[in-house]
Design a protein around this ligand. Structure first.
Ligand code: MG
Length: 357
């Protein structure tokens, strides 16, 4: 190992993205590059600028990488002695795995046991100022070929929006909703009004730590409950399944500590008869490549956050992932199968650190 480099980058979004808890105008990301004598491996930190979606931020991840995780890699000490900080752990272990796979010529999807050459694309539709704006966005994405929509909802912006979009796109498009934990169990009677709308999944209705309340809500709603922010490790996923707190598990490598842990949760879901979906965080091409490799596993039976690069960015740091008849091709090259383009990376980089043994 010669070095580990950290690239803080910023990419303009083609349009702002609004959830129940935050608005993103431009995408900030932290990329990790592991440099060996032969190859470079890449990883992306699954965190945001502010701790409003999850506790870790890009800055906390950077400090933990610089002061705790990377020194352990240089010293040959196991990373799992560090507790938490899953986005940083996931990015570094992902970059190490990418370097290993590139050196041996194996794709990440093959390494994980992926079986699909293509995955169905889904698109998240953020909150709009009015229902007409959300309906117009849905119509645009339907025209582009997307066949699964996940609508961001929040109190006061829920049943009415879903009804309007269902009327616009028809019955053939799978609809999911995601509240990012913005309701309470006391809202159950209101949320039951979503039941007639035939949703594939209602993701994270309640707070991330509300596992028993999610089980109570799941018992009261017909709509399948999904958990996203709640799922922070394979053990937590097992507990949620045993509690009947969800019927769908949204798996995010950043939240659970890396792609290997994500694969273990996939396997747990498959053996438990629980649906899984591959969750995204507006990744750059580095994280998107890893997400596609994960989504190629057979147990992902609910369409995940798998959008083309141009859903978010006019110019990504890698070659863009493009829609092909409503699907995305899983990379087949060694490791992630994509590499940041030097000129694009240089243009997007706002801070760079090189750590050496
Ligand atoms: Mg979510």
């Amino acid at each position: 190992m010669r070095a580990v480099e950290l690239f803080r980058i910023r990419l303009p979004l083609v349009e702002p993205f609004q959830t129940a808890r935050s608005a993103t105008i431009h995408k900030d990301a932290l990329l990790v590059r592991v440099v060996t004598d032969d190859v470079s491996g890449w990883g992306e930190v699954g965190a945001e600028v502010a701790p409003t979606y999850a506790p870790d931020t890009l800055d906390t991840a950077r400090l933990v990488l610089r002061d705790e995780l990377v020194p352990r890699v240089f010293a040959g000490v196991p990373l799992d002695e560090v507790r938490g900080h899953h986005p940083a752990q996931g990015a570094l272990t992902g970059a190490l795995l990418d370097a290993e796979l590139r050196a041996t010529g194996v794709s990440l999807a093959s390494h994980l046991g992926g079986t699909r050459p293509f995955v169905d694309a889904g698109v998240a539709i953020g909150r709009h100022a009015d229902i007409a704006g959300a309906v117009a966005a849905a119509a645009t994405f339907a025209d582009l070929g997307y066949r699964s929509f996940k609508l961001k909802i929040a109190p006061g912006h829920d049943v009415n929006v879903v009804e309007a979009i269902r009327a616009e796109v028809g019955a053939d498009i799978g609809l999911q909703v995601d509240a990012n934990g913005s309701y309470d169990l006391a809202d159950a009677d209101h949320l039951a009004k979503l039941d007639p709308l035939d949703l594939v999944c209602f993701e994270q209705p309640l707070a991330p730590d509300a596992r028993v309340d999610h089980a109570r809500l799941a018992a009261r709603l017909q709509t399948p409950i999904g958990l996203d922010e709640s799922i922070t490790s394979p053990r937590v996923a097992r507990d949620a399944i045993e509690l009947n707190a969800c019927e769908v598990v949204s798996i995010k490598s950043g939240l659970v500590g890396g792609i290997t842990a994500a694969g273990r949760i996939h396997d747990l879901c498959a053996s438990s008869g629980v649906a899984a979906r591959a969750g995204g965080m507006l990744e750059t091409g580095v994280g998107r490549a890893a997400l596609l490799a994960l989504a190629s596993l057979p147990g992902f039976t609910v369409i995940g956050d798998l959008s083309a690069s141009n859903r978010y960015f006019a110019h990504d740091v890698t070659e863009p992932f493009v829609l092909d008849h409503g699907r995305l091709e899983v990379p087949t090259g060694p490791g992630l199968g994509v590499t940041p383009l030097p000129a694009m990376l240089a243009r997007a980089t706002i801070a760079h650190e090189r750590l050496t043994p």
